[in-house]
Design a protein around this ligand. Structure first.
Ligand code: GLN
Length: 492
C-alpha cells in the first residue's frame, strides 16, 4: 500500500478510498497484489461519461443516452484497465460536452468543491460556484481527492477551464496523441482526450499510459509520425540539468490575449506568472497573434456544424431513448419526438446553429470562412514557435532567433462564476445573460483547440477578492508535450 499512497502529495486519502473500494467491488485485484503492472496499478481514476465503458452506462449527461451501456471500452479506458488502474466511476458533464459551466446536464449541475473551504460550509445555494465545464465532474472528483486523476475530453477547453476553476491541472495533449475511439463525438476535428490531476507529474503518469497509436481511430498519430514529431521537437533542457533552471527557454506572451473581459485579479496573476518564470532564467518575449480575435467565433461555427452532423445518429431507433408518442404502425416515425424529449436546450441550440451554417445559403459565408480563420490561427502559432510544425507539409519559415518554446496566457477570464449567474435568462428582452454570452468564457482556450496543439493549465494562486483558484495556461508547438510538461512543472 505505501507504494501506491506515495503517488500523490496527499496519498492517504486516495489510498484509503482505494482500499475500501477495492474490497467491495474489485476483489480480483487483490489477486494481483505484489505484482505491480504499471505506475497506475490499483490506482483509482474517474472517467468522464462521454467515454464508452462496459459495465457502467455512458450517458453523455443526456436524457437521450440515459440508459445506454456500451458493449466495448473506449481505447483510453482499455489502456487504463490494462495498466490495472481502477475505473472508480463515471463523472458528470455538460450534455455531449457542450458548455463551460457544467450546468447543462440532465443529472443537474456540478458544484465547485472549493465551496466547502469557504468557512460557511456549503454557503447559501445562491452563493455556490460552478466547477466549470464540460468536464466539471472529473475536475470536482480530482479536486476533492476522490481519485488520483480523471479522464476528460477537451474540444474547446473542457478540461482546462474546469481545472482553472477547481485549482487543479488540466492537460490537453496534441490532437491525435490519444485515441478518440469510444469517445462519443461532439466535434471530431477538435475533440481530444484530456486529463485532470492534482500535479503535472500525476497528469504525465496517466498520459504516458494512454498516449498510444490506435488503428481504430483514423486520426490517431501513426507510430512513424510519432517518432518524427519527437525527433523534430527535441524539448528543452537547461545546461545545468536543474529542473528549476529555465535559462535559455523563450516564453511568448501573446498580446491579443489581453482582452477587456479579463478580471483584474487574473491580469495580476498572469504578471506574477511571467515574473516567476523570468526569475528562473526564462526570456520573456512579447508576441503578436493577430487572428486570435476571430478564433472564438470560428470555433463556435465549426464545433456546432460538426455537432449537428455527429448528433444525427441519435434517432431513437438503434440505441438510447425512444419516444413512445410516435408509432411505426400509423406512419408516424418517432424521430422528432425522441430528439425533442432527449436533447436539452444547449444541445438543441447547437444543432440548429450547426445545421444553419451548413445549409447551401450560408455555407460559404459561415462554415468556409470559419475554416479559413482556423488555418490563419494555426499559422499564427507556427509563426511564433521556435520549432516548425512537424505535420505541416510546407512548414512556414520560422525566425529561429525570435521563436519561442511555449506561450503563457491566463486559462480563464475570471474565477469560477456563481451557478445562478450562469443560467441564461428565460426573459430574452431582459439585460440578463443570454446563452451566447457564456461563450466568451472560452476565449483563452479555443485557439489551441483550433490549432490542435498541446496546452496545459496549472493552478497558480487564488483571487484576493473571492479566494477561488486561478490557473495559467501554457501552449507549445504541435507534438511538443515534453517541453510543455517540463515548463508546467516549474509553475507549481
Ligand atoms: N465550452 C466549449 C463548448 O461548449 C468547449 C467545450 C468542450 O471543450 N467540450 O463548445
Amino acid at each position: 500500500w505505501p507504494r501506491r499512497q506515495s503517488l500523490t502529495d496527499d496519498g492517504k486519502m486516495v489510498g484509503d478510498f482505494h482500499r475500501r473500494y477495492i474490497l467491495v467491488t474489485d476483489t480480483f485485484f487483490l489477486l494481483s497484489l505484489g505484482n505491480q503492472l504499471s505506475s497506475l496499478d490499483g490506482v483509482p481514476v474517474a472517467v468522464k461519461d462521454n467515454f464508452c465503458t462496459t459495465r457502467i452506462s455512458s450517458s453523455c449527461g443526456s436524457a437521450i443516452l440515459k440508459d445506454f451501456t456500451s458493449p466495448y471500452d473506449a481505447t483510453v479506458v482499455h489502456l487504463l484497465r490494462k495498466a490495472r488502474a481502477v475505473v472508480m466511476g463515471k463523472t458528470n458533464l455538460d450534455e455531449f460536452g457542450m458548455g463551460s459551466a457544467n450546468i447543462y446536464s440532465t443529472f443537474g449541475p456540478v458544484y465547485n468543491p472549493h465551496d466547502l473551504g469557504k468557512g460557511q460550509g456549503l454557503g447559501s445555494p445562491s452563493e455556490r460556484r460552478v466547477a466549470g465545464g464540460s468536464s466539471g465532474g472529473s475536475a470536482a472528483a480530482v479536486a476533492s481527492g476522490m481519485c488520483f486523476a480523471a479522464l476528460g475530453s477537451d474540444t474547446g477547453g473542457s478540461v482546462r477551464l474546469p481545472a482553472s476553476y477547481c485549482g487543479i491541472v488540466g492537460f490537453k495533449p496534441s490532437y491525435g496523441r490519444c485515441s478518440r475511439w469510444g469517445l462519443i463525438a461532439y466535434a471530431n476535428s477538435l475533440d481530444t482526450v484530456g486529463l485532470l490531476a492534482r500535479t503535472v507529474r500525476d497528469a504525465e503518469i496517466v498520459y504516458d499510459i494512454i498516449s498510444e497509436h490506435d488503428d481504430r481511430d483514423p486520426t490517431s498519430m501513426p507510430i512513424d509520425i510519432r517518432k518524427h514529431v519527437d525527433a523534430i521537437t527535441p524539448g528543452f533542457e537547461s545546461i545545468t540539468g536543474d529542473l528549476e533552471d529555465l535559462t535559455g527557454l523563450r516564453i511568448g506572451i501573446p498580446q491579443e490575449y489581453f482582452v477587456s473581459e479579463l478580471a483584474p485579479a487574473i491580469v495580476q496573476l498572469w504578471r506574477d506568472g511571467i515574473a516567476h518564470l523570468r526569475d528562473r532564467g526564462a526570456t520573456i518575449v512579447p508576441v503578436s497573434m493577430p487572428n486570435t480575435r476571430h478564433a472564438l467565433s470560428a470555433y463556435y461555427v465549426l464545433a456546432s456544424a460538426e455537432a449537428s452532423s455527429n448528433l444525427a445518429r441519435f434517432d431513437g431507433l438503434r440505441y438510447g431513448h425512444r419516444s413512445d408518442k410516435g408509432s411505426f404502425k400509423n406512419d408516424t416515425l418517432p424521430y422528432a419526438d425522441t430528439r425533442t424529449e432527449g436533447f436539452g436546450p444547449e444541445v438543441r441550440r447547437r444543432i440548429i446553429l450547426g445545421t444553419y451554417v451548413l445549409t447551401a445559403g450560408s455555407y460559404k459565408n459561415y462554415f468556409l470562412q470559419a475554416q479559413k480563420v482556423r488555418r490563419l490561427v494555426q499559422e499564427d502559432f507556427d509563426h511564433v514557435f521556435l520549432f516548425p510544425n512537424p505535420v505541416h507539409h510546407h512548414p512556414l519559415p520560422t525566425d529561429t532567433s525570435s521563436g519561442v518554446h511555449v506561450l503563457l496566457t491566463p486559462a480563464a477570464i475570471s474565477t469560477a462564476p456563481k451557478l445562478q449567474d450562469c443560467f441564461p435568462s428565460a426573459d430574452e428582452t431582459s439585460n440578463a445573460k443570454n446563452p451566447v454570452d457564456a461563450y466568451v468564457g472560452d476565449v483563452m482556450t479555443v485557439p489551441a483547440s483550433l490549432a490542435g496543439i498541446p496546452a496545459i493549465v496549472v493552478p497558480f494562486g487564488a483571487s484576493p477578492l473571492d479566494g477561488y483558484p486561478i490557473g495559467l495556461q501554457l501552449m507549445a508547438q504541435y507534438g511538443d508535450e515534453r517541453t510543455l510538461l517540463r515548463v508546467a512543472a516549474t509553475l507549481e
